[in-house]
Write a protein that binds this ligand. Structure first.
Ligand SMILES: [Zn+2]
Length: 81
């Protein structure tokens, strides 16, 4: 399982504790260094980064604004972001 946030505000990360320490679970920090580092974004990211979920690949785009660490995810299969 992968826990990866859209941004670091408390209402998004408050439940992280229930996932930490679970076998087979990766909880990525929601701060900019952790989240952007995990996805391979640089200081001025311009490209989308893939997130391979196994049978499905999402695309991640750094979208700082609402929060400096904000990331938008796009699912090509559904067309939703
Ligand atoms: Zn927020």
């Amino acid at each position: 399982m992968l826990v990866l946030h859209s941004h670091s505000h408390d209402d998004h990360v408050a439940g992280d504790g229930q996932f930490r320490g679970r076998r087979g679970t990766v909880v990525v920090g929601a701060d900019r260094d952790a989240a952007w580092g995990y996805l391979g974004f640089t200081e001025q990211p311009e490209s989308m980064r893939p997130i391979d979920l196994g049978e499905r690949v999402l695309q991640a785009l750094a979208t700082p604004g609402h929060d400096a660490a904000a990331i938008t995810y796009y699912d090509p299969w559904t067309g939703f972001s």
